[in-house]
Design a protein around this ligand. Structure first.
Ligand code: 5GP
Ligand code: MG
Length: 177
C-alpha cells in the first residue's frame, strides 16, 4: 500500500486567520441582538471553532456534537453516524453548526435534522471549506470560509487516520514515492 503524507500547502495559516476573523464579523452581524449556541462537530471542526468563537463578539454558548463519516483510513464517506448528540437544551435557541468541510453534505444535513427536531429557533451552518463537488451540486452552508478543489486535505483540525490535525496550515495529502 502506498503511503499518504502531507504535501502541498493549500491554505497557509495567515490566510486562514484572516478569513476566520472575517467570518466572525459576518456571523456577529448576522446575529446582532441575538444569543447563539455554537455546535462544533468533533473532531475535525474543533480547531476552526476554537479560533472562530474568539473572533465572535456576541453572547454565545458552546456545545459540542460528534459525527463519524470517515472511519479509520477511509478517504470516501460511508454514511453518517451520530456518535455524540448535542448536550445543551437548544429549544427556541438560535444554533450555528460549525464544521471543517462540506463535501457530500450528509454530515451537516444529519446534524441539522437533529437540531430542528429539538425545535431550535433557527439552525444555520458554517464550514471552513467547501469542496468543488459540493459547490457543483449546489450544496451550501450559510457561512463558508474557502472553496477548494476536490482533493483530500489535512491539518488545521483535519486528519488522515487520526494524524496531522495539529498542522497549522491546510495541506493536501500526497502519495509517498
Ligand atoms: P460530508 O458529510 O459533507 O460528505 O463530509 C464532510 C465531513 O467529511 C467533514 O466533516 C470531514 O470530517 C470529512 N471530510 C471531507 N473531506 C475531507 C478531507 O479532504 N479531509 C479530511 N480530513 N476530512 C474530510
Ligand atoms: Mg467531520
Amino acid at each position: 500500500m502506498k503511503k499518504l503524507l502531507p504535501g502541498k500547502v493549500l491554505l497557509p495559516r495567515a490566510a486562514i486567520a484572516r478569513r476566520v476573523a472575517g467570518l466572525g464579523q459576518q456571523i456577529a452581524d448576522a446575529y446582532a441582538g441575538h444569543e447563539l449556541v455554537i455546535v462544533p462537530l468533533l473532531t475535525g471542526g474543533l480547531i476552526f471553532a476554537a479560533d472562530l468563537i474568539r473572533r465572535l463578539p456576541i453572547k454565545m454558548r458552546l456545545d459540542v456534537a460528534a459525527v463519524s463519516s470517515y472511519p479509520g483510513r477511509a478517504i470516501r464517506s460511508r454514511g453518517v453516524t451520530i456518535v455524540l448528540p448535542p448536550q445543551l437544551n437548544i429549544r427556541r435557541r438560535h444554533v450555528l453548526i460549525v464544521d471543517d468541510i462540506l463535501d457530500s453534505g450528509r454530515t451537516l444535513t444529519a446534524m441539522q435534522n437533529i437540531l430542528r427536531r429539538r425545535q431550535a429557533a433557527s439552525v444555520k451552518t458554517c464550514v471552513l471549506l467547501r469542496k468543488e463537488q459540493a459547490r457543483r451540486a449546489g450544496l451550501w452552508a450559510d457561512f463558508v470560509g474557502f472553496d477548494i478543489p476536490d482533493v483530500f486535505v489535512v491539518g488545521y483540525g483535519m486528519d488522515f487516520n487520526h494524524l496531522y490535525r495539529n498542522l497549522p496550515d491546510v495541506v493536501q495529502l500526497r502519495t509517498a514515492r
